[in-house]
Ligand binder design. Structure first.
Ligand SMILES: Nc1nc2c(ncn2[C@@H]2O[C@H](COP(=O)(O)OP(=O)(O)OP(=O)(O)O)[C@@H](O)[C@H]2O)c(=O)[nH]1
Ligand SMILES: [Mg+2]
Length: 442
């Protein structure tokens, strides 16, 4: 996410390190680089200029501060300003109303249907809501099918009226249907439209008026940079929407949309989409995003993800096993599965402070565990529960069975050994201490 921008900002801020004092000259130099980094990320020229002006003012007013070195101070100022630029505080969605009506708007292919599914899944699993998805794209029959597939995947009912060409009527009927069937959230997916297409813009405006949504979300592809900002303006003029959803942040996006949209339409970014799968959705936190952009990681999100996957019962069982020295390869496999459930490896690694930079040339993908899994699957149940019985000839057999080498099997045995030792050490409050340590690293 925003690798290029991160790298350039990092370089820009490095210039100041080594200088004892913040002077007008070195601040100006650094900020010139910062501005260039923002422009390269496709941030609007005026916004980038304003940004550096504010940071400059703040930096020069603070040269009395001696507790921080200039580099750190600048990083902090830039971080604070990035946070402000992206909206400052986290703004959640309004779930009032019965039912809550959420209307999706945006350009063709921006990710509305995918995001409708992700949001439905999020509200169902994280907020225990009864959700109804509504297909209002009357132009493409395939669109309704796409939504039905999504609905089936996440176990959420989809309301559609094949043959009805009136999206206003469909959405009104859908809300009636929701009320009659105990649903408390209605998500209306609409057809993609161009802002220049007046007829289509009138149509969504009519749907908007007819259903008075609690939340109108503007879904935008973050890869489109400055264009995204212009489109946002056009949609906002017609719909006065409540929030923005930035999709495709998993791609090679430069970041301009994320950094400019709030200043232009003065509406908060509420969610981000980070992949095609139904769980690739995150609440947008400006300050955490600023941390990530500056390569400071996002430990808070990482810990949250870990906590979401945390199962007390399982943890207790595992603890007992560790205490009795019964931790085996099946448990190891379980742990890997838990990590996998937390998200894609690339995403997770990006949340570790400094890791983005350190690993920028390393290709991290979700196949990272495949070799390990193959090796463990080639072990017999007895070998998995009593790893000490795995001797040289067994290693040879396991390597052959898993299409790996004895070396790789050895490596895994070593990793397993280290992990078992670490887990034993972490017992009794050690884990909490480690979390605190990680938080302290921010
Ligand atoms: N990598 C990635 N792909 C995404 C994301 N969100 C959507 N996509 C993909 O983008 C394409 C378009 O997504 P849709 O959800 O169909 O977009 P839409 O806005 O409903 O499109 P129309 O209904 O034609 O206007 C699909 O191939 C999605 O899988 C995301 O966050 N990351
Ligand atoms: Mg669609």
């Amino acid at each position: 996410m925003f690798n290029n921008l991160s790298e350039k900002l990092d370089k820009a801020l490095h210039t100041l390190k080594g200088h004892g004092k913040i002077t007008e000259v070195n601040v100006a130099e650094t900020l010139k680089e910062v501005r260039r980094a923002l422009l390269d990320a496709d941030v609007n020229f005026k916004i980038a200029k304003e940004f550096t002006k504010t940071v400059q003012k703040k930096a020069l007013g603070q040269d009395v501060l001696t507790t921080l070195n200039p580099g750190q101070l600048m990083v902090k100022l830039v971080k604070d300003e990035l946070t402000e630029l992206m909206g400052g505080d986290t703004v959640g969605i309004n779930l009032g109303g019965s039912p809550t009506v959420i209307l999706m708007s945006g350009l063709q292919g921006s990710g509305k249907t995918t995001f409708s599914g992700k949001l439905a899944n999020y509200l169902k699993t994280k907020k225990s809501k009864q959700v109804l998805l509504v297909g209002c794209d009357v132009y493409r029959p395939a669109a309704i099918n796409q939504l039905r597939v999504v609905g089936e995947q996440i176990g959420v009912e989809v309301y559609a009226e094949e043959g009805n060409q009136n999206p206003v009527e469909i959405s009104q009927n859908a809300i009636k249907h929701a009320k009659a069937n105990g649903k408390n959230v209605v998500i209306i997916d609409t057809a993609g439209r161009l802002a220049v297409d007046e007829e289509m813009m009138t149509e969504i405006s009519n749907i908007h008026k007819a259903v008075s949504p609690q939340e109108t979300l503007f879904v935008v592809d973050s890869m489109t940079g400055q264009d995204a900002v212009n489109t946002a303006k056009a949609f906002n003029d017609v719909l006065n929407f409540d929030g923005v959803v930035l999709t495709k942040l998993d791609g090679d996006t430069r970041g301009g949309a994320a950094l400019s949209i709030k200043s232009v339409v003065d509406k908060p970014i509420k969610f981000i989409g980070t992949g095609e799968k139904m769980d690739a959705i995150d609440v947008f936190h400006p300050s955490r995003m600023a941390d990530r952009i500056l390569g400071m990681g996002d430990v808070v999100s990482l810990v949250e993800r870990a906590q979401e996957q945390y199962d007390e019962e399982e943890a207790r069982k595992l603890q007992k096993k560790i205490a009795k020295n019964q931790f085996g390869f099946d448990d190891f496999l379980n742990q890997i599965n838990q990590i996998k459930k937390m998200g894609s490896m690339k995403d997770l690694v990006g949340m570790i402070p400094g890791a983005g930079k350190a690993l920028k040339d390393v290709d991290i993908d979700d196949d990272a565990f495949k070799g390990i899994e193959a090796i463990i699957h080639s072990m017999t149940p007895a070998e998995r529960s009593t790893p000490s019985m795995i001797n040289a000839s067994r290693k040879k057999r396991i390597a052959k069975g898993s299409g790996t080498s004895v070396q790789e099997v050895n490596q895994l045995m070593k990793q397993f050994d280290q992990m078992s030792k670490m887990m034993k050490m972490m017992q009794g409050g050690g884990g909490r201490k480690m979390m605190q340590m990680m938080k302290g690293m921010r």
